[in-house]
Every structure is written in C-alpha cells, then in structure tokens.
Ligand binder design. Structure first.
Ligand code: SF4
Length: 403
C-alpha cells in the first residue's frame, strides 16, 4: 500500500476510532452507591479526610478490595465499625454482579457480569501451567462488524468504564485459591479495545501499579485491536510496554474489506504502518492474529500473500482456527489445511503459532455466551448448548507475551 493511502486514511478513521459517546458510558453509572474502583486513590483519600478520617484509611479500603479479596465492607476488620457502615451506605465494593459462572472441563472459567444499567459483559479465566490468564471485554457489543463474530452482531452499545474493566479481573481473580493470582491479561473479549482507549489504559495502568493495583508487569498484558491507526499511535506515544496484537485476518485489501468491513475506511497499509510505528516506538514485536476460515482465507495463496506482507517485518502470526457460530456461514478448516498454512509461513521465515482452544464447551467466545443468555431469563439458568466461536476470546497461550 502506498504512502498516499496511508495519508489519506490517517485522519479518515477518526469516526471509526472513536467509541460510543461518553454520555452513553456515563449513563451506566446509575444507582445511589458508587463502586469502590470508580474512585482513584487520591479521590478516596479526599473522601476520608472530608469525613474526619485519616487519609491512610483510603489505602486500607483499596487494599481490602484489590489485594485481600473483600467483596463487602463487613470483613474490613481494621476499619472502625461506624466507618464500615458509612462506607456501606455510600459505596458498593463491586458495581458489576456475576449473573452466570461456568467452568469448562479444561478448567476455563467464564463469567457473565451484569452492569448497573443491566447490560451484560463477559470475561474468562484460563489456566495453563503456572499461567492464570484473564481475557477482558472493553465494550458492550462491538462496532467493528467482523462478519464471523458474535460480538458485533448487534453493534456496539457503549464503552465500559475503567472500573467495569478492572472489576472483570478482580471477579475472576477472586475465584482463584489464595496462593494464586492473575499472571497475564489479554484484552481480546467483547469490543474493539482501542475504541475505548482512555478507559482501557486507565484500568490497565491501575492493575499494573504496585501501589494501587496488582503490580502486574505491563509486558504480560496484550491489547488486541482490529487496527485503528491513530489509536495505535496514541498508545505508542503513551510509552507503555503493553503487547500489541493486530487482528489482521486477511492478507489483501479486498479480502480484509470483506471480512473486517471497517477496513474499507482504514486501509490495510495504514494498519501495518501504525503497527510498524508501535514496534519502532516501544521495541515490542507486534503479533498479527489471523482467524482461519475454511475456504475463505486458508488457501496456500493466502498464506503466501501473508508471508509476503510480513517478510520485512519483525512480527509473529497467531493463527486462530475458527469455531463456528450458529447462524453464520463460516467453518473451521480441517487439520491438514491448518498444517499446510503453518508450513507455508514457516518455510518463508515467518514466526507462527496456532492458538489453543480452551473453554469451547462453555462458549468461551466474545459475545457468544452473552448472546445466548436472554436478559429476560432467570440469569442463573444456563444457556442452551451450542458451539462456540473465539476469534478474540483470548486464548493467547501461544502468544509471545513474556513469562
Ligand atoms: S472480532 Fe473483535 S473487533 Fe471484530 S466484531 Fe468481534 S469483537 Fe469486534
């Protein structure tokens, strides 16, 4: 793709790259009690001091929620009882509520959370060796419209707030035994992560803060995006060490326009140029995700074109054999086709892995379980059985995030 196209689209995707209006997100904060994580540590200190409490009480409250796994104020035994009662009157530990929890035979936990406005989001905890990997959602629904994806079927409803993103991690972490914690994060659930960049980075920075969060390494966090160039460059400018995964899914403009319709407004060249800039700025190798759809993008010519595209780049390809979605006309390639695709890339010197699928039996896929849970049904009723798809829901066990 020539430079002209890059320039042409550098500003064009702005409307694509902006998430739903801030008003929609703010509307979600309903109800009288604020979630604890909707306030920063500084805001908490101010709240305590205004009420005649020592500022260090703020740290105690946050420590109970973030590190000590409290899910109510009652167990916060080093706080005066009167303060706990006051906290309980004005705050709630979590603003989101677990309405569905399932565990797959391979140990993958899947939660559906209800937000305070009734909207539902999904998150997943995967266990592999010593890794405890959480896959997060960043939006309710998704506006990118990838034709093979369940999350985008009804479009995007709103961005998640930073505290709603954080709470996904804590709800899942609280399922782990006391001696274990979350080791890796992948932002590959429902939504286009970079369309909600500010809230996402606020949440991730807090999780990675030793002072205010879980002290996770930024290098163990992977942010997946369909490829919003201006947002990728903004993320690079923030000078973090988050790992970037670009959902490419096609090696040519024409095919990507068909599979990832938002590409028409962006252009493959602009996506790759922004990913190159991310690598140059951060020194972090970019991963390209590629969902393999039988007969659509899994042919030898596709693998050859993909290898040509990445030949001059220091990049890694993560192949994701498709898990079909009921009602969508795509199939998973057979093992021989997958092996052939891998061999063509390897022969041409491209670093490649095939994503392991976990949690299929519980529909651990972006938007899939949420879609099957009718909001009007009893939320404790399991969804009917069905096949899962996971173009995103992030089983990045083969990804090159650091140990
Ligand atoms: S694959 Fe990802 S970016 Fe595409 S519609 Fe689904 S959630 Fe959105």
């Amino acid at each position: 793709m020539g430079r002209g196209r890059d320039e042409q689209h550098e500003s064009a995707p702005e409307s694509v790259e902006e998430g739903p209006s801030a008003g929609l997100a703010a509307d979600a904060l309903v109800g009288s009690r604020r979630p604890v994580l909707s306030a920063t540590a500084a805001e908490w200190r101010g709240w305590m001091v205004e009420r005649g409490q020592p500022a260090y009480r703020a740290r105690q409250v946050l420590d109970w929620v973030i590190r000590r796994r409290a899910e109510s104020f009652e167990p916060m035994s080093d706080l005066p009882r009167a303060l706990r009662q006051r906290l309980d009157a004005e705050w709630t530990v979590f603003g989101t509520r677990v309405v569905y929890h399932d565990v797959a035979a391979d140990g993958t936990d899947k939660l559906v959370l209800a937000c305070r406005d009734g909207r539902r989001i999904e998150c997943v905890l995967m266990t592999e060796g010593p890794r405890r990997t959480v896959c997060l959602s960043t939006q309710v629904g998704c506006g990118m419209g990838c034709v093979f994806c369940a999350s985008g079927l009804k479009g995007v409803e709103r961005n998640l707030r930073a505290d709603e993103i954080l709470e996904q991690v804590l709800h899942l972490r609280n399922l782990l035994p006391p001696e274990e914690t979350v080791t890796h994060l992948v932002v590959m659930g429902m939504g286009e992560s970079l369309a909600n960049l500010d809230n996402l980075v606020a949440a991730l920075d807090r999780l990675c803060s030793a002072e205010e969060g879980l002290g996770m390494s930024q290098r163990r966090v992977t942010i997946s995006t369909v490829g919003l160039p201006a947002k990728i460059r903004r993320l690079a400018d923030l000078d973090r060490q988050y790992h970037l995964a670009v959902s490419l899914h096609a090696p040519t403009e024409e095919l990507r326009n068909r599979l990832v319709p938002v590409n028409e407004a962006i252009g493959l060249g602009a996506v790759l140029a922004a990913a190159d800039a991310y690598f140059q700025r951060t020194g972090r190798q970019v991963t390209y995700e590629y969902v393999l759809l039988a007969g659509i993008n899994d042919q030898p010519a596709d693998a050859q074109a993909l290898a040509r595209l990445l030949a001059t780049r220091r990049a890694h390809v993560n192949l994701i054999p498709y898990n079909p979605v009921a009602g969508l006309p795509f199939e998973r390639p057979d093992p021989e086709s997958i092996a052939r695709f891998v061999a063509i890339l390897r022969d041409r010197g491209v670093s490649v892995t095939v994503r392991k699928t976990k949690g299929r039996a519980i529909a651990a896929a972006c938007g899939q379980l949420r879609r099957r849970l009718d909001p009007d049904r009893d939320p404790t009723t399991p969804p009917e059985s069905g096949r899962a798809h996971d173009p995103h829901f992030g089983f990045q066990l083969a990804l090159s995030t650091e140990d």
